[in-house]
Design a binder for this molecule. Structure first.
Ligand code: GDP
Ligand code: IMO
Ligand code: MG
Length: 484
């Protein structure tokens, strides 16, 4: 041990990328455990911006082994593009490992995602159109392809021969779209397998080996608790389990191996896509949050809906994730607002409700009951000590902490890794002295064997580099783009 889970407590985009990147300095391995390239995790390092969709946010440290776990759905082309983008910017990618059990997002999943949304016209989920739902549905239906299948062309063809006619029938007959060609699909998938081969391994074995060696493993969630398939605002959710429990199923750890759960939230709320959002603001304050907070999903280009912080689902999120401490991001965005509101209950059909309703219909009728706090004018971007925060900002953080019922141990006041306040009297990991980040990063793990070389390899042979199409800089990697 030890193992830490980083989990979003709201509707995603809480700043998990920054949190993971910050915490990763002192760990050996970072594991993405669910979701796919619907995620967009941003890291800002010395003015350079990295937007990651699939690769875990710890990748920027050379000592980290980044793992894409079995619970992730992988679009192989996105992954190849992201690896190329990272290499073109000087980030080593040879340590990255992808679970052989992770399911593959195939082009027909992407087509079906778009087609199903189009049919819901006016009532759509507002998905990222990345094929996430259809890929997870095929996993549950037991007709999905896994990363290991990409390495066995004959078996791959046999599986596609079974599944593709069904997909084509739906695409053509239900949605009036063109079918996919079997030979072309087998060729494309085989090529992906060829290029990703060194990275595809049994990642559960790696995670377990690291834990057995006493190395610190960080499990990075995508999306957030309110987008969780079970606990979120169904049906306006994603198709996996972002909650901390998802780290066990999707990351290859047991519940008792996790000894810390860091919840990530921002000082206000945002949501992308459809679904109820009781504290949403359509006024100048909403515009302040949108513009000052740069609340745009940059790949899909969608504005994030913005509103006041909602403490009603916070209590649920702390409970279902077993949150041990919280990192509060984007406090700086609230500077300049005359007053700040915090939703502490709902009024639904005339009754005051303090528990987050599981019914979407009830939630859609919820009117927020607010507590109001003093605002502050000062810019917080340069603040590094809690004592230097304006009194009103400290009051707001204390109120959030009180409502959450667990310590807020880290406060972020800017996108850069360094724009961070560690609340020394609230160490998030007392057992390790509460040191975040560590003074000296730990030594790198031995490089894990790749599929090519079963034991003791020193170098990835970089097979994805060999391809002239994507081997160069960024390719379609969209370095500035984050989904959602
Ligand atoms: P994620 O999906 O949870 O990783 O979050 P995103 O990366 O999609 O969105 C968070 C955005 O806020 C990114 O652009 C971050 O660089 C930025 N960010 C994170 N923390 C802070 C902060 O404390 N202040 C400001 N101003 N920006 C932040
Ligand atoms: P990160 O990891 C915010 C939302 C979509 C849509 C719903 C379902 O960056 O926080 P999907 O494509 O998953 O089937 O869409 O989930 N969504 C996100 N919203 N941040 C994300 O990821 C999201 N990933 C999916 O907007 O409402
Ligand atoms: Mg995001």
């Amino acid at each position: 041990m030890p193992a830490t889970v980083v989990v979003g407590l709201q509707w995603g985009d809480e700043g998990k990328g920054k949190t993971t990147d910050l915490l990763a300095e002192s760990v050996a391995m970072v594991v993405r455990y669910q979701g796919g390239d619907n995620a967009g995790h941003t890291i800002v390092l010395g003015g350079e911006v990295f937007k990651l969709h699939l690769v875990p946010s710890g990748v920027l440290y050379p000592h980290i082994t980044p793992i894409i776990g079995n619970g992730v759905v992988v679009n192989p082309q996105t992954l190849l593009d992201e690896l190329a983008m990272l290499r073109s910017r000087g980030v080593a990618t040879e340590r990255i490992r992808v679970s052989e059990s992770a399911h593959v997002i195939m082009p027909y999943h992407v087509a079906l995602d778009g087609a199903m949304e189009a049919r819901l016209a006016g009532d759509e989920i507002g998905t990222t159109h990345r094929g996430i739902g259809p890929a997870y549905a095929d996993r549950a239906w037991r007709v999905g392809l896994r990363m290991a299948d990409l390495l066995e062309p004959d078996a791959l063809r046999a599986k596609l021969e079974r599944v593709l006619p069904e997909k084509n029938a739906v695409l053509v007959q239900t949605h009036g779209l063109p079918p996919f060609d079997l030979d072309e699909m087998v060729a494309r998938a085989t090529e992906w397998g060829h290029r990703l081969r060194p990275h595809i391994v049994d990642t559960t074995a790696l995670v377990q080996r690291a834990l057995a060696q006493g190395r610190h493993v960080l499990l990075e969630g995508a999306q957030g608790t309110l987008l969780d398939l079970d606990h979120g605002t169904y049906p306006y959710v994603t198709s996996s389990n972002p909650i901390a429990g998802g780290a066990c199923t999707g990351g290859g750890v047991g519940p008792l191996q996790v000894d810390e759960v860091i919840g990530v939230m921002k000082a206000y709320a945002t949501r992308v896509g459809s679904g109820p959002f009781p504290t949403e603001l359509g006024d100048d304050i909403g515009r302040h949050l949108l513009e000052k907070g740069h609340e745009f999903g940059t790949t899909t280009g969608r504005r994030r809906r913005c509103g006041w912080f909602d403490a009603v689902p916070l209590r649920l999120a702390v409970a279902v994730n077993s949150v041990t401490s919280i990192m509060l991001n984007k406090l700086d965005i609230l500077s300049g607002l005359p007053e700040i509101r915090l939703c502490v209950a709902y009024r639904i059909d005339g009754r005051v409700v303090e528990e987050f309703p599981s019914s979407g219909d009830l939630l859609a009728r919820a009117e927020p009951v607010y507590e109001t706090f003093a605002g502050w004018e000062e810019d917080l971007g340069g603040v590094r000590r809690e004592a230097d925060l304006p009194r009103a900002a400290r009051g707001y953080v204390d109120a959030l902490e009180h409502l959450a019922g667990v310590p807020i141990s880290i406060v972020s006041v800017g996108a850069d890794r360094t724009a961070t306040i560690l609340r020394r009297d609230r160490p998030h990991r007392p057992a390790l002295g509460g040191v975040v980040p560590s003074i000296a990063p730990p030594a790198a793990l031995e490089l894990w064997p790749s599929r090519e070389e079963p034991a003791g390899i020193a170098e990835d042979r970089g097979s994805e580099d060999d391809d002239p199409v994507d081997g160069g800089p960024a390719g379609g990697g969209d370095p500035g783009g984050a989904a959602s």
